[in-house]
Design a protein around this ligand. Structure first.
Ligand code: AQP
Length: 334
């Protein structure tokens, strides 16, 4: 009898802190879609993480629903993967509390994201922002994930997850799988269009032209690209001193499945105006079908409701098994 080979489990999450940016799409969501054939994928809407920064409650509910709809519109199947909303699975909060008691203040104070976000939100440096990495550790460990796709900015969070899990396992035996980082074959880091020295972020509201949101009107997307900051020498070339042009080459490459170097060769001798038009056309060709599908799916309220409910049940089933193990180890009556 042939035994089915168990696929590795991949866990990843995205915060519903805004409509996903082109950066979120090219750096994460597009890869997620490609992972689903080869891995058992669990993708979460991290709404518990999102409230570490103040959110408008009505908008947060809408963004949460829109994000799960967008996952499906992009082609991430809710039947073949687990897609769920973090706050629907109570085990996240419960395991996070336990893990808080196995995490040191010193470790958390070294997290660069905490330092960055507290500088950005100086009026709201809440304890949730500080313990964000513990909740993230709980997310990953609950599902016994083998692999976690991480960009450079999240590497520190994966490291602390591994440290917490190893500390717990050393005390109590093998409760948690120790996850590894997963670097997708293609993964672009997309920078802001107006400030190409900083990454494009979905919650950036300072300058709307800096960010492409993937549900922006198609004409607006094209115009934002045409307005992107470049430089004055009119040569399409990858170079650290040409961050704007390099970013557009990365975007073009990520959208068309080429390397940034291949993109550079394609545009040798092309003027900036023509180059930007080609980038805009390529981005629009990629995003338009997603937007059309998103509109169709959004109209089917019952279907989205059922995806959210089924996802929560499937996720809770796995998460609760791990939670019970951890609770038993620390001495809770289970
Ligand atoms: N600019 C980017 N280029 C490539 N990948 C990116 N990611 C984010 N920005 C870029 C990847 O998208 C996923 C989303 O993670 P998140 O929603 O948990 O938060 P984030 O990384 O903080 O993303 P944002 O857009 O910057 O959110 P806000 O504005 O709320 O802080 C991750 O896999 C990330 O690597």
């Amino acid at each position: 009898m042939s035994e089915e080979i168990k696929k590795s489990v991949i866990y990843s999450a995205m915060q519903p802190s805004g409509v996903p940016s082109l950066g979120n799409y090219l750096g994460a969501l597009k890869n997620w879609k490609n992972l689903q054939q080869d891995y058992d994928c669990i993708f979460a809407i991290a709404n518990m993480h999102a409230i570490t920064v103040r959110q408008n409650p009505t908008e947060l509910r809408k963004k949460t629903r829109d994000l799960i709809t967008l996952f499906i519109a992009i082609g991430i199947s809710p039947e073949n993967n687990i897609l769920y909303v973090q706050s629907d699975v109570k085990a996240h909060a419960e395991l996070a509390w336990i893990l808080n008691c196995y995490t040191y203040m010193g470790e958390l104070s070294r997290m660069t994201q905490f330092k960055d976000k507290s500088a950005k939100h100086a009026d709201n440096i809440n304890a949730g922002l500080f313990t964000y990495p513990v909740l993230m550790a709980a997310d990953i460990l609950l599902y016994q994930a083998d692999l976690v796709p991480v960009g450079e900015d999240q590497r520190q969070h994966l490291e602390i997850t591994r440290d917490i899990a190893e500390r717990f396992n050393n005390l109590y035996g093998d409760v948690f799988k120790i996850p590894e980082g997963f670097i997708p074959k293609t993964g672009a880091r997309i920078m802001g269009l107006q400030d190409p020295t900083k990454k494009m972020s979905k919650s950036d509201t300072d300058n709307d032209n800096n960010v492409i949101h993937i549900l922006d009107d198609i004409n607006l997307i094209a115009n934002k690209i045409k307005r992107a900051v470049t430089d004055s020498d009119n040569e399409v070339r990858l170079s650290p001193d040409k961050p704007g042009i390099s970013n557009l080459l990365n975007i073009y490459g990520a959208v068309t499945g080429k390397t940034a170097e291949e993109a550079q060769n394609e545009f040798k001798g092309t003027g900036y105006g023509e180059f930007k038009k080609c980038v805009a056309d390529a981005v629009v060709a990629e995003i338009k079908p997603i937007q059309d599908r998103f509109k169709e799916l959004s109209a089917d309220k019952a279907y989205i409701d059922s995806v959210i409910k089924d996802g929560a049940e499937k996720a809770a089933y796995i998460a609760n098994k791990t939670l019970r193990k951890a609770q038993k180890k620390v001495g809770f009556p289970v």
